[in-house]
Design a protein. Structure first.
Length: 62
């Protein structure tokens, strides 16, 4: 099985890709226990993006 590499992304970028508001995405992210995001972090790491996609599924592509 091929592992897809994910690029770093901001929360706003992910919200747009999932087609939801930033507030909705923040609520979703707060329900992922193993996701460790610093409050002041501007960019999510590739590992964090991978964990998010594991839980929420692949986002829509532009």
């Amino acid at each position: 099985m091929e592992t897809k590499k994910h690029k770093p992304a901001t929360r706003i970028e992910l919200a747009k890709r999932y087609g939801v508001s930033l507030e909705t995405l923040k609520k979703w992210l707060s329900k992922i226990p193993e996701l460790d995001i610093q409050v002041n972090a501007r960019v999510l790491t590739p590992k964090q993006v991978s964990v998010i996609i594991e839980h929420l599924g692949e986002p829509f592509e532009d």
